[in-house]
Design a protein around this ligand. Structure first.
Ligand code: CP
Length: 314
């Protein structure tokens, strides 16, 4: 694998999941693979899990890591041909090439602005790194995708399912802030590739990008959608049609133990207690959020392993 910016970069998903589970059993087996290689992690936005799990994954492979909160550096310009006489001090053309001299792999987190759908969907930041960097790029959550989270979620469901084809429901939840669609997008795309019975439930008007949901069944009746679910993935996203707006904060959509039934509860974290999900669910034994967070390391590790192996072949 040359880059991991979207799920489609995985050439064999089933083998990747199996190999990630093997890495989990023996995380230091490939400690020499990343020797004398450096991962630079660039954060345009906050992170707890992605930062620590990706650093840990790299170290498990023997890589060195350097992490930069980009807001502490020079403000970057991404537009071509701009006269840079305002706030931006450094163009991505120089920055990406400079960082490529220090890094063997660059990982980038850059959330959407949620103001301009077309601009966010152009994935300007991650695509600029793909264009101008001279080393592989890993997406640590971009404007529209969170493929490392989705891979961790796929590993989690593969490990915990008791059925050949579990019923998986993505359920929208209220939230006081406008959040990206990235986690939901990548989760849907990932589940569409797995042997699961996937459906989505959200209030009317909260449809995700139809190019992503495709033929996945959508329910506006949450109770109907959750019936007989094996895994319930709860996530807020801001409105896609009225882009970035909050049109509902209906507390009836919060996940409760009663609604969850016997299903396992999933969430990418961080999560707002008693807004997105009630305490009883998070504190109960059907919650697998810690399992998901742990799998973030092995999702990142299998991705970095495949990239390093490809580099060794080139
Ligand atoms: N789930 C996730 O990406 O967590 P962080 O935002 O803390 O990295």
């Amino acid at each position: 694998m040359k880059n991991y910016t979207n799920i489609s970069d995985l050439s064999n998903l089933q083998d990747t999941i199996k190999d990630a589970i093997l890495l989990k059993m023996n995380p230091f087996e490939h400690i020499d693979l990343g020797k004398h290689k450096t991962l630079v992690l660039l954060f345009f936005n906050a992170s707890l899990r992605t930062r620590l799990s990706t650093e840990k994954a790299a170290k498990n492979l023997g890589m060195q890591t350097m992490t930069l909160n980009v807001n502490d550096a020079w403000q970057l310009e991404f537009e071509d041909g701009t006269t840079m006489n305002a706030n931006t001090s450094e163009h991505i053309k120089e920055a990406a090439r400079v960082i490529s001299q220090y890094a063997d792999v660059i990982a980038v987190r850059a959330f959407p602005g949620l103001k301009d759908k077309r601009k966010d969907e152009s994935e300007q930041v991650i695509n600029s790194f793909l264009k101008y960097a001279t080393v592989p790029i890993v997406n640590m959550e971009s404007a529209t995708a969170h493929p490392l989270q989705a891979l961790a979620d796929a590993i989690t469901i593969s490990e915990l399912t008791e059925k050949a084809k579990p019923k998986v429901v993505l359920s929208w939840a209220p939230h006081p802030r406008a959040l990206p669609q990235a986690v939901a997008n990548s989760f849907v795309e990932m589940m569409q590739l797995l042997e699961v019975d996937l459906s989505i439930t959200h209030p009317e008007g909260y449809e995700l990008n139809p190019d992503i949901t495709k033929t996945t069944p959508i329910y506006h009746d949450q109770e109907e959608a959750l019936k007989d679910a094996d895994f319930v993935y709860v996530k807020n996203w801001s409105n896609y049609e009225h882009y970035g707006e909050i049109l509902s904060q209906d507390t009836n959509w919060m996940m409760t133990q009663k609604k969850l039934g016997r299903a396992k509860f999933m969430h990418c974290l961080p999560v707002r207690r008693n807004v997105v999900v009630e305490d009883a669910v998070l504190d109960g034994n059907q919650s697998v959020v810690m399992h998901q967070a742990n799998n973030r390391t092995y999702a990142a590790q299998i991705v970095l392993k495949q990239i390093l192996e490809q580099m060794n072949l080139s």
